[in-house]
Design a protein around this ligand. Structure first.
Ligand SMILES: Cc1cc2nc3c(=O)[nH]c(=O)nc-3n(C[C@H](O)[C@H](O)[C@H](O)COP(=O)(O)OP(=O)(O)OC[C@H]3O[C@@H](n4cnc5c(N)ncnc54)[C@H](O)[C@@H]3O)c2cc1C
Length: 390
């Protein structure tokens, strides 16, 4: 990729941090399912919570290509660390794009420093892919809205101070998505209970450990009317706002996938040169070389799709095709690379002694999150058929 010296400096700084501080500790924290408090403090010090927040609101004002490459580097160390910042980036991006000036001035400077951290909550227990089926309700009551409903799989749901929440404000609207509104809900970070909101203990997961995923149970939760994203003009726009942010999320997941695949590749290449079988390093055996060639080629292709999607999204145009392709290909590549790298490791790949077992457990999330890869393929096909309609 052609990068400016500023972009190279930023990515180099993150890579150094990942190699020195993240990679050596990630598996241990993963095995203990422990939140990476110190790493998160270091991310704050590097200004990474404000990476894409404009300078006028206290952020670093970096573009989406830099964002994607920073996420790739963090994920090469540990995708859970990129998970800590991902929902935050998406919420900040939505406030910047669609918020009122008052919301931007009030929230973005404190989000840029990491003083306020954000979650992003759309999914419900009965509705993931089918977002229009959500039922969480926000009813106007004087100067407030009252929220009732149950959200599922909110990453950073406990520790976040803000939740970017999608709720139904007009259940009679048809199509249903026109009756949905985005709210920037302020809550008490770290509190399992507060008036009208319960955050149950974190969900137990296969991988993606360390960062919490929680339910959010709203029962008469009151939020000021000023928390409607975009104010009056935001009413009924929530679905469109969230879908646009999901494109950014897909660029993010593609970047995570390239990072994770790179870590699996690097582990496999290193091991192949250390391990001997039949009197020579296994890297001299042609079937191992085939795996290295295939992994390297697919990762490079995934990187190029990622760059294409990041540039398209940064240009401000519709990027669902590019983001969908990048997300689909990069995440399937990451999942496939973890299995191939595990094969290179032989029996040791199955042991917690080597990083590959963690990468292998982390990879499937990328296939499922931000829209499953089945849904990506539907979107890609729909757009290609539209484009080449006869
Ligand atoms: C660890 C983790 C963290 C997450 N973090 C967040 C978060 O921070 N915020 C948030 O809002 N959500 C989050 N999610 C939710 C995630 O985005 C959803 O799980 C995902 O969108 C899939 O929804 P679902 O689980 O309800 O599956 P379903 O929608 O029930 O899908 C089940 C299966 O049916 C398939 N399917 C569904 N519809 C179709 C169709 N039309 N055609 C073909 N196949 C179809 C799917 O591809 C899948 O294979 C997270 C999930 C996980 C696991």
């Amino acid at each position: 990729m052609e990068l400016t010296s500023e972009q190279r400096d930023m990515i180099g700084l993150v890579r150094k941090f990942v190699d020195a501080e993240v990679a050596p500790q990630a598996s241990e924290l993963d095995h203990r399912d422990q939140f990476p408090t110190e790493m998160v403090e270091q991310l704050k010090q590097m200004g990474l919570f404000g990476l894409v927040i404009p300078e006028e609101y206290g952020g670093l004002g970096q573009d989406l290509v830099t964002y994607a490459l920073v996420i790739k580097e963090l994920s090469r160390g540990w995708i859970s660390l990129s998970g800590v910042v991902n929902t935050h980036f998406m919420a900040a991006w939505m406030i910047q794009q669609y918020g009122t000036e008052e919301q931007r001035r009030r929230l973005l400077p404190r989000m840029a420093t990491g003083e306020l951290r954000a979650a992003y909550s759309m999914t419900e227990p009965h509705a993931g892919s089918d977002v229009q089926a959500i039922t969480t309700r926000a009813r106007r009551d004087g100067a407030e809205y009252v929220i009732d409903g149950r959200k599922m799989w909110a990453t950073n749901g406990l520790r976040a101070d803000l939740v970017m929440l999608l709720a139904v404000t007009d259940p009679n609207a048809r199509p249903r998505h026109r009756g949905m509104t985005a709210f920037v809900v302020e809550k008490r970070a770290g509190a399992h209970e507060q008036p009208g909101l319960l955050v149950p203990p974190q969900l137990k997961k296969l991988g993606y450990k360390g960062v919490e995923s929680t339910e959010l149970v709203f029962d008469g939760f009151r939020t000021p009317a000023s928390s409607v994203l975009g104010g009056e003009t935001g009413l009924g726009q929530g679905f469109a706002y969230f879908m646009s942010a999901v494109e950014l999320g897909r660029v993010n997941v593609a970047a995570r996938a390239v990072g994770l695949a790179t870590a699996a590749f690097e582990a496999g290449v290193k091991y192949a040169q250390q391990r001997e079988a039949f009197g020579r390093p296994i890297s001299n055996h042609q079937l191992i070389q085939q795996k290295i060639a295939q992994m390297g080629t697919k990762i490079r292709a995934a990187e190029l799709l990622l760059e294409d999607a990041a540039r398209k999204k940064a240009s401000g145009g519709r990027a669902d095709l590019e983001a969908g392709m990048a997300k689909y290909f990069a995440t399937e590549t990451a999942h496939w690379c973890t299995v191939e790298s595990m094969r290179i490791h032989g029996g040791y790949g199955y042991s917690q002694e080597f990083v590959i077992e963690r990468l292998y457990r982390d990879a499937p999330l990328l296939i499922l999150g931000e829209g499953t890869n089945e849904i990506q393929q539907l979107l890609i096909a729909r757009r290609l058929l539209e484009r080449d309609a006869i």
